[in-house]
Design a protein around this ligand. Structure first.
Ligand code: PMP
Length: 394
């Protein structure tokens, strides 16, 4: 990997530590999108001409790459959506709306992203089902605490594999095993894990999985909804129109097969096609290598942060690639802006997870495998300049 050559954004003299929000895109992804617009720009699944066949073929190739990337059983289990948020909404309102009955219970953790809480809360109002929250202990969700909340009414557990604030990595495989023994379905929000570790849906035995291409080197505008095939066949589309129907008249509507019935209208074709190159890039670097590199970067970052007495680290004992911090007497938003003044990109605030046990606003440093030790050294140097920080926030 050549960071600067492979990631054109890095030519702009920035240090990018906001990878949990979205990752940078390799040149290969950008070029693939350009290739589509310049060489076979056309709609999909509609044309009777060569460039349209080529577009269909490229979309199919991406679907197969995604299928292999997560080890799904068949490509029909891969639905293209807009993002993780849309995938979870489809799962909640397309599947669980019909599946759940009054007084059934849904288990969530309070540290979930808004996208894995709000759809369930809305569903609970419509269907009169109960949402049961499990809190973390010292930024970690404990399996025993989940077990304590399970009862005969529990029908589904929905959890992030890695959370987006404190980077809590959950043992989804064990939770799935427990859930399935009790006939409970498992939904996994893989937005923060999919680009950072190997996710094997058959090994996890997960029922539904949601993620976004833009958090794994891919373009914005594409998400994935994975579901076990028999479950997808029972799911209702949430949008109706072109491309998803086989025939209709005033009396009947016949839908096309899974997954196309969930992909109505013209999708973000260019981004779906560009996404293929993101997966190829991840495959060529290797997910194990990505995980290992990030582990070392995180360890180094924490080791260096600990040398600065006024920095508070909130999630030292978690595993993911996110470290959240604060500085005594400095608002997290001010610290974010100070770092921006030094060309360091981070995010501050509550990071779309407003119910988590950590009530403080924090500065989130989120790493990815193209970050370097030198970038961390620069961040540390900038944070060590207490006088510079104070002058900036005055
Ligand atoms: N879940 C988690 C854990 C996330 O981190 C995010 C993005 N911050 C989302 C869901 C939503 O992803 P998107 O905005 O791509 O829909």
């Amino acid at each position: 990997m050549n960071e600067i050559k492979d990631f054109p954004m890095l030519e702009h003299n920035i240090i990018y530590f906001d990878n949990a929000a979205t990752t940078l895109k390799p040149a290969s992804v950008i070029n693939k999108i350009k290739e589509y617009y310049e060489e076979y720009s056309s709609n999909a699944h509609r044309g009777d001409y060569n460039i349209s066949f080529k577009t269909d073929d490229e979309i199919d190739k991406t679907r197969i790459l995604v299928k292999d990337f997560i080890n799904a059983n068949k490509k029909e289990e891969i639905v293209f959506t807009k993002n993780t948020t849309e995938s979870i909404n489809e799962i909640v309102f397309g599947f669980f709306y019909n599946y759940l009955k009054e007084n059934d219970e849904v288990i969530l953790s309070s540290s979930e992203h808004a996208s894995n809480i709000l759809p369930w809360l809305i569903l609970s109002k419509i269907k009169n089902v109960k949402i049961v929250f499990v809190d973390s202990v010292n930024e970690k969700l404990l399996i025993d605490d989940i077990l304590r909340k399970i009862n005969n009414n529990t029908k589904v557990i929905s959890l992030a594999q890695i959370t987006n604030v404190s980077s809590d990595k959950r043992d989804i495989k064990s939770i799935c095993e427990i859930a399935h023994k009790k006939g409970i379905l498992m939904v996994c929000d893989a937005a923060q894990s999919i680009g950072h570790m190997k996710v094997d849906v058959q090994d996890l035995d997960i029922d539904f999985l949601a993620f976004s291409a833009h958090k794994m080197l891919g373009p914005t505008g594409v998400g994935v909804l994975y579901g076990k095939y028999d479950l997808l066949c029972k799911m209702m589309p949430l949008t109706f129109g072109g491309g998803m129907n086989e025939n209709y008249n005033e009396k009947m509507i016949k839908l096309v097969n899974v997954p196309f019935r969930f992909e109505s209208g013209t999708q973000d074709i260019a981004s779906i096609i560009g996404f293929s190159e993101a997966i190829k890039y991840l495959n060529s670097y290797g997910m194990e290598n990505i995980e290992r590199k990030e582990k070392y970067l995180r360890k180094y970052l924490i080791q260096e942060l600990k040398k600065i007495p006024y920095v508070k680290i909130y999630n030292e004992n978690n595993e993911g690639s996110i470290v959240i911090i604060n500085i005594d007497g400095v608002l997290s938003g001010d610290l974010g802006l100070y770092l921006n003044s030094k060309n360091i990109c981070v995010r501050s605030g509550k990071h779309c997870a407003k119910m988590g046990d950590n009530k403080d606003d924090t500065v989130r440093i989120s790493l990815y495998f193209y970050n370097t030790y030198e970038e961390i050294d620069y961040l540390i140097e900038v944070l060590k300049d207490r006088k510079g920080i104070e002058k900036f926030i005055k």
